[in-house]
Ligand binder design. Structure first.
Ligand SMILES: [Mg+2]
Length: 156
């Protein structure tokens, strides 16, 4: 598991340098705040750079279809809602839909117990990022996650 501050640090250079051709990304608090239906300027630019570099991006979220579709459809992004994280099955389905190999795919998200565990369960490399909005619940959760994160962490 790698740790980055922000999803925008997952640049095409970082990805292709490690042999990645596809990114599976969590939605809520990884790409946008809860209930925010569009990426901010930095995330929109990051998405455009990935596209230009030919790196596939698919959203894999545990949220409802309506929420995930509202964000992804206007962007033309493939997605899987109600993905069943921390189970790895949804991620493997996403990998298959993208037509890439698991070892060319990285899972990125803001939660250890759902996103990182799902990535590991699917046999994917993982990147934990700081959430886009850091509120009270984040602080509480991170307190609990920290010993687990530290055990797995590869700080960059
Ligand atoms: Mg999240």
């Amino acid at each position: 598991m790698n740790i980055l501050e922000d999803i925008c640090e997952l640049t095409p250079a970082w990805l292709s340098g490690r042999g990645f051709r596809a990114v599976l990304a969590d939605l809520d608090n990884t790409l946008a705040g809860y209930r925010v239906n569009e990426p901010d300027a930095a995330v929109a630019l990051w998405m455009a750079e990935l596209k230009k570099a030919g790196i596939a991006l698919m959203i894999v979220s545990n949220a409802r279809e309506e929420r995930v579709a509202a964000f992804c459809r206007p962007l033309g992004l493939p997605y899987l809602a109600k993905a069943g994280k921390p189970g790895g099955q949804g991620l493997l389905e996403a990998v298959k839909r993208l037509g890439v190999n698991a070892n060319e795919t990285v899972m990125v998200g803001d939660q250890y117990f759902t996103d990182m565990r799902a990535g590991r369960n699917a046999g994917l490399q993982t990147v934990l990022v700081e959430p886009r909005v850091k509120g009270f619940w984040f602080s509480l959760r991170r307190l609990y996650e920290t010993p687990f994160i530290n055990r797995r962490a590869e700080r960059l």
